[in-house]
Design a protein around this ligand. Structure first.
Ligand code: ADP
Length: 616
């Protein structure tokens, strides 16, 4: 895999990781809480359009209870209230008081008989039942028979924060199903039957999106910010006009007595009967909110993650950050937009995906840029070093060429001498050309661009060529050089580079040895490896120096004191060449006693090899 595609995959990996973490986090209770807060906030920011209400709440409030004898007298209160409500001619009356208890004694019987009569006189009456562990708690049959419908008065609150946001339009227990009080009231007010499908319920023209799920058929309630018009049970007479042709929701709102008091998204404390009235209004005005489900938010998270990824991949600096910020803002405001379109989207998952992938992408790009900077710096210094080395190495042949040509122009020389000098110019310029080639090869090797030549050539040829080349240098220093063992096998790779490496070891051995010493070359072929060793009796190195000699520009103090001027770069190139050929270097040395440099290379045992180039 190329470095570029590796980088792209790593980047995709980082972004995918961010997406997965954000998605998993989106399923935690904390995320659910945050989504609820966001929902409430958006509800407050986007109130349902104001319509004339179709319902009135008749509240059995604190004042009613105080004046009429408290909850003990609830049936009497109900009877009197219902009688007054009927007189006001409402369209329907939904009673959120459970009438399941059997009365005891003569007084109770008289009270119940009166209530029964009042119920029978009430047109379009809906009574309520409640969920209890054993099943449905229904009104007594004598009351139930007076009702046009019985709806459940159960109002669900969120398990995490106790806020009422939805009403389950359908509840089933002990194989008995009940529609919600609000829905029954709506059906009766409309005078139409309920048609159901797994996805929604239909009453007349109104299609209510309430897909059946594990918790019944939840319908999100669009609470009216101003509340439902409410009349106290003791003030019906003055307000009877307000009730005409309206659907009346009659229930207990007194804090001390209401069975259920809940918080709505506006943070307002309301009674169960009011929850049903709000749900009724939601249905009447078709103010429905659909849930986005699971897949669309996931799709949105993917979209935001990809957008952030592209921003950081194609934009740089502040532009990338600005784009990421815009995406985060979009992710945070998307639920508001969808809410206005009637869809409830979670905030947390997609917004967190946008946040996290921005952080991930920014961090990744930051480190990537830093790494690139470091690399280009090190490349620069490496290049400078290489130039330094080339300049140094070229100086010797150039001096020879310059000197010879000057002599030839300034003096008239005998023909033999002229020939000798021009041969020298020729051979030195060839050396120069070789050097330039080596320099270019080493450069490309270091950059990793070079495909090594794959020649097969006898190892002995390399050894002999280098020995011949170093001979004059050794003679000048009165140093003897010997090849002590036969060299066997064929090497595969770049002959030019290999010669450069071995020649370097030989010249070092000569350079860092005093006169009248000996350099011995040995070769040992075993286990598919050729160990080519150059052993001298020179100045040697201690353990600390040994550790550093392959570093560029490193020179030992000892070498400097010996008067040899080097660049300290030769060995680093030797090592590069050897490792690029799949080999390695070994060095042993002792100060004042000499060193032994060994090149260990892969070798093929074949005799009489003719150098050939393998086409790859
Ligand atoms: P140069 O010889 O141009 O300085 P090298 O990279 O070939 O560069 O060698 C690095 C250093 O390693 C030398 O400067 C010298 O200090 C030490 N060195 C190399 N070969 C020998 C040797 N045969 N004996 C002792 N020291 C050596």
């Amino acid at each position: 895999m190329s470095e570029r595609s590796q980088r792209i995959w790593a980047y995709i990996g980082v972004l995918s990781g961010c997406f997965v973490i954000a998605t998993l986090a989106g399923w935690t209770p904390l995320a659910a809480r945050i989504d609820h807060y966001a929902y409430d906030l958006i509800t407050v920011m986007t109130p349902a359009a104001h319509h004339a209400e179709d319902s009135v709440v008749v509240a059995i409030d604190e004042e009613t209870l105080r004046q009429r004898g408290g909850m003990r007298k609830i049936r009497t209160i109900l009877t009197e209230t219902l009688e007054q409500i009927s007189a006001a001619q409402p369209k329907a009356v939904a009673v959120d008081v459970i009438l399941a208890d059997q009365g005891a004694g003569a007084t109770d019987e008289a009270e119940d008989a009166r209530l029964e009569a009042a119920l029978r006189d009430t047109k379009n009456l809906i009574l309520s039942c409640d969920l209890v562990p054993s099943g449905w708690e229904d009104p007594l049959p004598r009351f139930a028979s007076a009702a046009a419908a019985i709806g459940h008065a159960h109002s669900e609150v969120d398990r995490l924060d106790g806020v009422s946001r939805a009403l389950s339009l359908e509840e089933t227990t002990a194989h008995q199903r009940r529609w919600a009080l609000a829905l029954e009231a709506f059906r009766i007010a409309r005078g139409q039957p309920i048609t159901e499908s797994p996805e929604d319920l239909q009453v007349g023209e109104t299609i209510i999106p309430a897909p059946r799920g594990a918790s019944g058929r939840p319908m999100l309630i669009r609470y009216l910010p101003t509340g439902i018009p409410t009349v106290s049970a003791i003030h019906i007479a003055e307000n009877s006009l307000a009730m005409k042709d309206k659907t009346v929701f009659l229930g207990v709102t007194a804090l001390s007595a209401a069975r259920d008091r809940l918080l709505n998204p506006y943070g307002v404390n309301i009674a169960g009967v009011e929850v049903h009235a709000h749900a009724f209004e939601t249905m009447v005005h078709g103010n429905f909110l659909g849930s986005a489900g699971n897949l669309s938010p996931l799709g949105l998270s993917i979209l935001f993650t990809i957008a952030v990824g592209l921003a950081f991949a194609f934009l740089s600096g502040w532009m990338a950050y600005a784009a990421a910020l815009a995406i985060i803002v979009a992710a945070m405001t998307a639920p508001i937009y969808f809410f206005r379109q009637g869809l409830v989207f979670p905030l947390f998952g997609p917004a967190f995906a946008a946040w996290l992938s921005s952080a991930g992408a920014a961090t990744y790009q930051h480190f990537f840029v830093r790494r690139q900077l470091r690399r280009s710096e090190s490349e620069k210094s490496r290049y400078q070093q290489a130039i330094h080395w080339a300049a140094h190495e070229m100086r010797t042949p150039l001096t020879a060429i310059q000197g010879s040509s000057e002599i030839m122009t300034n003096y008239s020389l005998p023909e033999a001498k002229q020939k000798q000098l021009s041969e020298m110019i020729n051979s030195e310029s060839k050396r120069l050309a070789r050097l330039i080639q080596t320099f270019l090869d080493v450069e490309r090797l270091a950059e990793g661009h070079m495909e090594l030549k794959r020649e097969v050539f006898p190892a002995v040829d390399v050894v002999n060529t280098c020995l011949q080349r170093v001979e004059p240098l050794a003679v000048r220093k009165k140093i003897g050089i010997s090849l002590d063992t036969p060299v066997e096998g064929a090497l595969t790779g770049d002959r030019e580079l290999m010669e450069y490496a071995f020649y370097n070891l030989l010249t070092n051995a000569v350079k860092y040895s005093p006169a009248d010493t000996h350099v011995s070359v040995t070769a040992d072929t075993s286990g598919g490896e050729l160990r080519l060793a150059v052993r001298d009796q020179g100045i040697g190195m201690d353990a600390k120096e040994l550790k550093n000699i392959f570093r560029k520009f490193y020179r030992t103090q000892r070498a400097e004191q010996s008067g040899e001027i080097g660049t300290g770069i030769g060995l680093s190139i030797v090592e590069q060449i050897v490792t690029h050929h799949g080999g390695r270097m070994e060095v042993s040395s002792e100060p004042g006693k000499g060193s032994c440099f060994t090149m260990i290379l892969k070798v093929k045992i074949q005799r009489n090899i003719v150098a050939e180039t393998i086409d790859r």
